[in-house]
Design a protein around this ligand. Structure first.
Ligand SMILES: NC(=O)C1=CN([C@@H]2O[C@H](COP(=O)(O)OP(=O)(O)OC[C@H]3O[C@@H](n4cnc5c(N)ncnc54)[C@H](O)[C@@H]3O)[C@@H](O)[C@H]2O)C=CC1
Ligand SMILES: O=C(O)CCC(=O)C(=O)O
Length: 526
C-alpha cells in the first residue's frame, strides 16, 4: 500500500481521506530540511502547503516518490523541473482557496481605505483619535488589477459589487472575457496612471518579478493604495518603502514578502503600511477545500492512475483511467520494443492512434510509449519524465490520430526515424484488454510482448526453425511461444520467441552463426 507524508499543517480531513482509501499516512509538520531528507525516501506521496520546500535535494532523496500534492495554488516552493526529471507528478488545487484569497484582497483594500489596523491600535491604546483617521470611499474609485485569472476575476466581481470601476492588465485576458467580467482591459502604463487602488494577482515569473518596480511605482497616481496577496517579489519592497515615506503611495498592504517568514522588514512601522503573515488562504473553508481536494487527487493517482490538476503531466480522468490502462501497457511495450530494436541515432518518433484508440486522450499514451522507449537509456524513467528526457535528447515527437478503423478495431502504431530510415511497429488490444503486437517493421506477426524474448531475422528457408529450436534446446533454454512472420515466401522472415529464461552472449553468438540468420537480439519486457 502506498505511503504519504503530510509535511505542513493541513486540515485533518486530508489524513482521514488517505486512511479511508487504505493509504498509510504520517503527519509531520515543521520538519527541518535535513529531517525531511532523512525520511522522505520511505514515501510515495508528499502533501504540502507553502512551508515545505521541495528542492532538488529533497527530490533526490525521495526515491519512491510518485506525487507531490500542493494544498493550494502557488507551487513556487516545488522545483518542478527537478520533479519532472525524476518522474514525480506535481499537483495543486487551483480553485479551493481562490474565493478566500480574493476576500483577503478586498479586506486589505478596506483596511487601507479606512486605516483600520492603525485606528484599532490607537483606540485600544486608549487614545480615541477620532480626528486622526480620515478615510476614503471605495465607491466610484478605479481598481487596477494586475493579473485577472481565477482570483483576479473574483476580486473584480466583488469590487464591481462595491461600485468600483475595474480595469485590468493581463496579457492573457481576452477582450470577450474582460467584457463578460465587466472589466476594462488596459495596458500596464494605463493602469498605473489611472488606478486609485492596485491589487496584484499574478504568479511570480521572470515577467512579473518587480512588476511594481521603482520606475513603475513612480508612474502610479499620487495617493494610490496597493495590495499584494499574490506573491512576494512582485513589488520592489525598498521602493515601496520610499514611496510610502514620500506620501506618493498613500497605503500598501502586503500579505506576501520577498523573504518569508518576514520577521523583519524596513516596511514594518511605516505609516500607511498594513501586513498579514501570508494569510490569503487562511480560512477554515479554504483549508477544508484544499485539504480534501489534494488528498482525493493524490489518492486517485496513487491508487488508480487518474491525474487531476497536474502541472507536469496531462490530466487523466477517473473515468478514462481504467480505459487507458491497457493502452498504456500496450504503449509501453511498443515503445520498449522499438527502443530495444532501433535505439541508434533516433531523430524522431511518431505515435499514431487509430479506431477506438483515437477516442482517448493521447498524451498519456505518448508518455507511456516514450517511457518504454527511454528505458533503454535510463531505468528511472516513467511517463512523467519521459517526454522531458526525449526533448532533452532532441527527439522530435509527433502525435497522429486517425478516426478511421483499419484491419483492427483499435490500433497503436509507433514509428521511429533512424539513420537506417523509418521503422514501425503496431499493436492492438485483444478483448479490449490484452496488448498484442501485430506488426513488426512491416511484417505481420502476432505476439504477446512479455518477459524474455528472442528476435531473429532470417532468410525464409526450410529447416531453419528446427535449427534454432535445437540450438536453444541444447543450451537448456525452453521456448514458451513461437511467432513467425515473413514478407514473402522465400524472403525475409522474422521470428519472435518467448523464452523461459534469458540468453547469454555466447548463445547469441552461436545463434548468429547459424546459416540464413541475418540478425539475433535478446529482448526483455518488464
Ligand atoms: N496569499 C495567498 O495565501 C495566496 C496567494 N495566491 C497566489 O495568487 C496568485 C494568483 O492566483 P490565481 O488567480 O489562482 O492564478 P491564475 O493562474 O488563475 O491567474 C494568474 C493570472 O496572472 C496572469 N499573468 C501572468 N503573467 C502576467 C503578466 N506578466 N502580467 C499580467 N498578468 C499576468 C495570467 O494571465 C493569469 O490570468 C498566484 O501567485 C497564487 O500563488 C493564491 C492563493 C493564496
Ligand atoms: O497554504 C497557504 O497558506 C498559502 C496559499 C498560497 O499561497 C497559494 O495557494 O498559492
Amino acid at each position: 500500500m502506498p505511503k504519504v507524508l503530510i509535511s505542513d499543517k493541513m486540515d485533518p480531513r486530508a489524513a482521514a481521506i488517505f486512511r479511508e482509501r487504505g493509504i498509510t499516512v504520517d503527519e509531520r509538520p515543521g520538519l527541518s530540511r535535513d529531517e525531511l531528507i532523512a525520511i522522505i525516501g520511505d514515501y510515495d506521496g508528499l502533501a504540502i502547503r507553502s512551508a515545505t520546500k521541495v528542492t532538488k535535494d529533497v527530490l533526490a532523496a525521495a526515491t519512491q516518490m510518485k506525487v507531490v500534492g500542493r494544498a493550494g495554488i502557488g507551487v513556487d516552493n516545488v522545483d518542478i523541473p527537478a520533479a519532472s526529471a525524476r518522474g514525480v507528478v506535481v499537483m495543486n488545487t487551483p480553485f479551493g482557496n481562490s474565493i478566500t484569497t480574493a476576500e483577503h484582497a478586498i479586506a486589505l483594500m478596506f483596511a487601507l481605505a479606512r486605516q483600520l489596523p492603525e485606528a484599532d491600535a490607537s483606540t485600544q491604546a486608549g487614545k480615541w483619535e477620532k480626528n486622526r483617521f480620515m478615510g476614503v470611499e471605495l465607491t466610484a474609485k478605479t481598481l487596477g488589477l494586475i493579473g485577472c485569472g481565477n482570483i483576479g476575476s473574483i476580486v473584480a466581481d466583488r469590487a464591481i459589487g462595491l461600485k468600483m470601476k475595474v480595469i485590468a492588465f493581463d496579457p492573457f485576458l481576452s477582450v470577450e472575457r474582460a467584457r463578460e467580467l465587466g472589466v476594462e482591459k488596459v495596458t500596464l502604463d494605463e493602469l498605473l496612471a489611472r488606478a486609485d487602488f492596485i491589487t496584484l494577482h499574478t504568479p511570480l515569473t521572470d515577467q512579473t518579478r518587480n512588476i511594481l518596480s521603482r520606475d513603475n511605482l513612480a508612474r502610479t497616481k499620487k495617493g494610490v493604495r496597493i495590495v499584494n496577496c499574490a506573491r512576494g517579489g512582485l513589488i520592489d519592497e525598498a521602493a515601496l518603502k520610499d514611496a510610502l515615506d514620500s506620501g506618493h503611495v498613500a497605503g500598501a498592504a502586503l500579505d506576501v514578502f520577498v523573504e518569508e517568514p518576514a520577521t523583519a522588514s524596513p516596511l514594518f512601522g511605516t505609516p500607511g503600511f498594513v501586513s498579514t503573515p501570508h494569510l490569503g488562504a487562511s480560512t477554515s473553508e479554504a483549508q477544508i477545500n484544499v485539504a480534501i481536494q489534494v488528498a482525493e487527487q493524490m489518492a486517485d493517482y496513487l491508487l488508480t492512475g487518474a491525474v487531476t490538476n497536474a502541472l507536469n503531466m496531462p490530466s487523466v480522468s477517473a473515468e478514462d483511467a481504467p480505459r487507458l490502462r491497457p493502452y498504456m501497457a500496450l504503449a509501453e511495450k511498443l515503445g520498449s520494443l522499438v527502443g530495444q530494436l532501433a535505439h541508434d541515432a533516433l531523430s524522431g518518433i511518431s505515435i499514431e492512434v487509430e479506431g477506438a484508440a483515437a477516442d482517448l486522450n493521447q498524451k498519456p499514451i505518448t508518455g507511456a510509449v516514450l517511457a518504454g522507449l527511454m528505458r533503454v537509456y535510463s531505468d528511472t524513467v516513467n511517463m512523467v519524465n519521459a517526454p522531458f528526457l526525449a526533448k532533452e535528447r532532441g527527439l522530435d515527437v509527433r502525435e497522429i490520430r486517425h478516426d478511421r478503423e483499419g484491419d483492427y478495431h483499435t490500433l497503436l502504431r509507433v514509428s521511429v526515424r533512424t539513420s537506417e530510415g523509418e521503422k514501425s511497429v503496431a499493436g492492438t488490444l485483444f478483448g479490449d484488454s490484452n496488448p498484442r503486437l501485430v506488426e513488426l517493421f512491416g511484417i505481420k506477426v502476432e505476439a504477446d510482448l512479455a518477459g524474455h524474448m528472442l528476435y531473429v531475422v532470417n532468410e525464409d528457408a526450410p529447416g531453419f526453425i528446427g535449427r534454432i529450436g535445437t540450438a536453444l534446446g541444447d543450451a537448456g533454454v525452453n521456448i514458451g511461444t513461437f511467432h513467425l512472420g515473413r514478407r514473402a515466401a522465400g524472403g525475409e522472415a522474422v521470428l519472435l520467441l518467448s523464452l523461459d529464461s534469458g540468453v547469454d552472449e555466447t548463445l547469441l553468438a552461436a545463434l548468429r552463426g547459424l546459416p540464413g540468420v541475418r540478425k539475433v537480439m535478446a529482448l526483455h519486457f518488464g
